[in-house]
Design a protein around this ligand. Structure first.
Ligand SMILES: NC(=O)c1ccc[n+]([C@@H]2O[C@H](COP(=O)([O-])OP(=O)(O)OC[C@H]3O[C@@H](n4cnc5c(N)ncnc54)[C@H](O)[C@@H]3O)[C@@H](O)[C@H]2O)c1
Length: 586
């Protein structure tokens, strides 16, 4: 009895100590990152308002960067060729060998350092993102900071748990299957090696940190090819990562951020052990073609055309406007098709039009604006072409927002697109079929839930959807019939803030998952292990009744009726009793 008491007291003390340890916060070192070239007012070579083509003939190995909201030149970075990419991957490969042996605590510490820097330098990170992508500080705060902090916090808190070996259980018992009762079955998650990521420009900070933190937490190295449209900020963000690696005592070559055009990305595909591609459907297909040559596994996170369905018992015009206008509509999971129940259609339209009229648009760092620029200048022509096509086919422009521009002279051309609400739209129009990726709100009426579901599914894309109803069960029922990867009930795109959830789509939106438990495990070599609990079978020499033994086993384990199973058991017992030397049976 005394011994039992002692064990119980020790166990309580042990758990109290663990609890205390949790209450004492870990010491997270502060890092210093050079910001001299990214502070406001500091451009690159040339601080004037000029347009410089990113890729100039005769200058193929340079990426030129400018602020899309002001056309101010920011600087230039190298466009790497195949040999240079190989060199980065080779160095990452060496670093990964050491990192694969690192403890989870060390990996957590690296992430905490990055988190601390992000929290303490939110404004700087957002300003740099705004200058490179044209988005407002609030849009940057939502898409760059909140998402990154949530992801890192989830990994620090729960990442290790999801990378532990997982025993396959049937009602609490480890089960390897009926015939394998003498074995245990488990899945192990170990590092893959070097992960490659090719990312777009729409969230310059988050697009780098997002694949990076999962990859390194799972014990990999990573080489990230950033977009030619967001290279200037990437150069600064990579300095943060380098400083964090140093402070955490991680290998300096564990993370590489590389710059260039499509050729640089193409080189990366064939050199890494797994590739995460985030970008357009068209380029996704090229990446898959390239990956097929080396059988490199790929995750394709591509474009979206998310439906936003509002039933007659919901009032969500504000959320609708945010869903379409966040980052000037340059969101893969932005709402692109609005289906509104006929009973509230007019009221919804009036309210959205009223909100859009209040939206102030202009260069994010030159004043207080609700909406910033469109990142790629030529993209505004495409947006206008989509609107023209719709108008030609009978659509009506309900409102176009105003552009408030300080006097930048003639150099400011076409990098802003006004928020535009379109009515009388239908699915023959390009803007209801192609990804818009801009601040356009096309609104259609529906009369029944079935009609809303049919309209939502009439698309080549399948990333996410939002469904609104005061009756939650009804909203869930509608969402469950939409063929897509994610559904937000009575909200917009919130699945991304639940970082335990996977992110990814179907159809032209791609395949594979990158966030959540599935995304983290996706950064791993997933290995199935079957191991003996005990072993008594001997294979050779084959016993006389080996076949009868197997036959009885099959009948006992797989027989469809109890009688058949019992028959198998009886046969088995007979074999055991008739021949003592069972070990020789197989
Ligand atoms: N599903 C998601 O998670 C997600 C997230 C953000 C953006 N996106 C999508 O990204 C698109 C916008 O971004 P974008 O314009 O930068 O996309 P993009 O496809 O033009 O470019 C993406 C990246 O691919 C690189 N690239 C271009 N050609 C290549 C090739 N042949 N081989 C390898 N890499 C190549 C680019 O340099 C860039 O880094 C939209 O379609 C949007 O929906 C998807």
């Amino acid at each position: 009895m005394d011994v039992l008491w002692a064990v119980a007291i020790l166990a309580i003390l042990f758990y109290l100590c663990r609890l205390l340890m949790l209450l004492i916060p870990p010491v997270v070192p502060e890092i210093v990152v050079d910001t001299s070239d990214v502070m406001l007012g500091k451009g690159g070579d040339d601080d004037s308002y000029i347009y410089v083509a990113r890729r100039r003939s005769g200058d193929e190995d340079t990426v030129h960067c400018y602020d899309p909201a002001t056309m101010k030149y920011l600087g230039q970075l190298p466009a790497l060729n195949f040999d240079e990419v190989s060199d980065h991957v080779a160095r990452a490969r060496e670093a990964q060998k050491k990192w694969a042996r690192s403890s989870f605590e060390k990996r957590r510490q690296l992430l905490r350092i990055l988190l601390k820097y992000t929290i303490d330098h939110q404004e700087l990170i957002c300003e740099v993102s705004a200058r490179d992508s044209g988005k407002t500080l609030v849009d940057a705060a939502l898409g760059e900071i909140l998402t990154t902090c949530e992801k890192i916090t989830w990994l620090v808190g729960q990442g290790e748990q999801w990378l532990q070996p997982e025993y396959r259980l049937v009602k609490l018992f480890i089960s390897a299957g009926r015939m394998m009762l003498h074995k245990t079955a488990r899945v192990e998650y170990s590092p893959i090696g070097v992960i490659g990521a090719i990312v777009p420009w729409n969230y310059p900070f988050h697009n780098i940190l997002n694949p990076m933190v999962s990859a390194v937490f799972a014990g990999n190295a990573i080489v990230i090819k950033v977009s030619e449209h967001a290279s200037w900020s990437a150069f600064f963000y990579s300095r943060i990562i380098k400083a964090a690696l140093r402070a955490a005592g991680a290998p300096a070559d564990l993370v590489h951020v590389i710059t260039g055009y499509g050729e640089t990305g193409k080189a990366l595909v064939s050199l890494v052990d797994k590739l995460i591609f985030v970008g357009s459907t068209a380029v996704g297909k090229m990446v898959m073609e390239q990956a097929a040559k080396t059988l490199t596994p790929v995750v394709l996170e591509l474009g979206g055309k998310d439906p936003f369905i509002v039933c007659e018992d919901a009032d969500v015009a504000q959320i609708a406007a945010r869903a379409a206008l966040q980052s000037s509509g340059q969101n893969c999971a932005g709402a692109e098709r609005f289906y509104i129940h006929a009973q509230i259609y007019q009221q919804f339209v009036d309210e959205v039009v009223r909100i859009v009229r209040t939206v102030r648009m202009g260069p994010p760092l030159e004043g207080l604006f609700d909406m910033g620029a469109v990142c790629i200048q030529e993209h505004t022509d495409r947006l206008q072409a989509l609107v023209n096509d719709a108008v030609t086919k009978g659509a009506e422009i309900a409102v176009r927002g105003d552009l408030v521009l300080p006097d930048f002279g003639n150099s400011v051309v076409g990098q802003f697109y006004p928020p535009t609400v379109l009515l009388n739209v239908n699915h023959s129009m390009r803007l209801m079929q192609e990804e818009i990726f801009g601040p356009i709100i096309p609104i259609m009426k529906f009369h029944s839930d079935d009609e809303a579901i049919t309209l939502a599914n009439d698309s080549n894309f399948g990333l996410g959807c939002s469904v609104f109803s005061a009756n939650k069960e009804r909203a869930v029922a509608i969402a469950s019939k939409i063929y897509c990867g994610m559904a937000a009930i009575n909200d917009f795109a919130v699945t991304y803030m639940c970082q335990s959830l996977p992110f990814g789509g179907v159809k032209n939106s791609g395949f594979g998952k990158f966030a959540g438990v599935e995304g983290l495990r996706g950064c791993c070599l997933v290995k199935s292990i079957a191991e003996d609990r005990f072993s008594f079978f001997k294979t050779y020499p084959v016993a006389e009744n080996a076949f009868q033994f197997e036959e009885a086993l099959v009948r006992m384990f797989y027989g469809l009726t109890v009688v058949e199973k019992f028959q198998g058991l009886v046969n088995l017992v007979k074999i055991f009793t008739e021949q003592k030397d069972v070990k020789k049976t197989l």
